[in-house]
Every structure is written in structure tokens, then in C-alpha cells.
Design a protein around this ligand. Structure first.
Ligand SMILES: [Cu+2]
Length: 160
């Protein structure tokens, strides 16, 4: 007659505490640049991942390296010229999805730099998400990094 002993699992690990909302958002491959020591503006690029189960949205960015920090994108105008525009409504970061901010596309814009962005320095950047709240990241300045794709230019030719 086997003895059956039930042990209470009193020592259950508490490691699986609910994550704070901001743990759902990770920021990778971030860097900031400007086009030279005299540049009045600069930009930051990164890849934002949403590991959570709810859609989120990047709605604002803040930094003290510039007078204004805005969310921008590039859009081709009627003439086939790429123009930079301020996107006030921000960018979607879908559940389980990724927001890529890359050269020639979405970016964080620094307008009115308080001092030049120098190679090796870093910029503290606070991203504000609709759901996850504020996420502050340290963004290294990398003036040498090249765009992933060749410099995109208008296709020219007939745009009619
Ligand atoms: Cu811009």
C-alpha cells in the first residue's frame, strides 16, 4: 500500500510577476546623427518592438539636446521629391510587431540642437507611448554609420 504524499508547492518562484507595461516595449539598434558640427538639427533611428498583447502607438519623443524633438517621416510629394514631415499622430507599434525608424523613413527629429552631436557621445531620449507610457533610452551618437540602402532619390522620369 503505497504512501502518497502531497507536498505543498510552498516555494513557487515568484519570478513570473506581471511585467510592467514598459517591459513590453524594447528599443534596439538605436543611433543618433547630425550632418556635421554646424548642423542645427539631428535625428535618431531605432527599431521598436512591442512584445505585448496590445497595440500601442508612439505618440511623442522628448530630449534635452534640442529645442524641439518631433516624430518625423519622409513622404514623396507630387513632384517625386522626398520631403520630411512632422507626424503629429505618431506611429503605430502593433502587438507583436515592430516599428522601424530608419534613414529615409520614420525618425525622431532634433530641431535646434543645443550643442553638436559628437561621435561617441550619447543622447538621452524619452519616447512616449499611448499604452506603455514613457520609455527612456540612451542613444549613442554615430556619425559614421551609412544608410542601409543606397541614398534613395526620386525616380525621375515621367511622373504623370
Ligand atoms: Cu526630420
Amino acid at each position: 500500500m503505497p504512501l502518497r504524499t502531497h507536498f505543498l508547492a510552498g516555494a513557487l518562484a515568484l519570478a513570473a510577476l506581471p511585467a510592467a507595461a514598459t517591459d513590453d516595449i524594447t528599443v534596439g539598434d538605436a543611433y543618433a546623427r547630425s550632418s556635421g558640427a554646424m548642423a542645427a538639427s539631428g535625428a535618431a533611428f531605432m527599431v521598436i518592438e512591442n512584445h505585448g498583447g496590445a497595440n500601442d502607438r508612439l505618440i511623442a519623443a522628448a530630449s534635452d539636446v534640442a529645442k524641439r524633438t518631433e516624430l518625423h517621416t519622409h513622404r514623396e510629394d507630387d513632384m517625386g521629391v522626398m520631403r520630411m514631415i512632422h507626424v503629429e499622430e505618431g506611429f503605430d507599434v502593433p502587438a507583436g510587431g515592430t516599428l522601424e525608424m530608419r534613414r529615409g523613413g520614420h525618425h525622431v527629429m532634433f530641431l535646434g540642437l543645443s550643442e553638436p552631436l559628437e561621435q561617441g557621445d550619447s543622447v538621452m531620449l524619452t519616447l512616449e507611448f499611448e499604452t506603455a507610457g514613457e520609455v527612456t533610452v540612451e542613444v549613442p551618437v554615430d556619425l559614421e554609420r551609412q544608410p542601409m540602402h543606397g541614398a534613395g532619390r526620386g525616380q525621375g522620369g515621367q511622373m504623370n
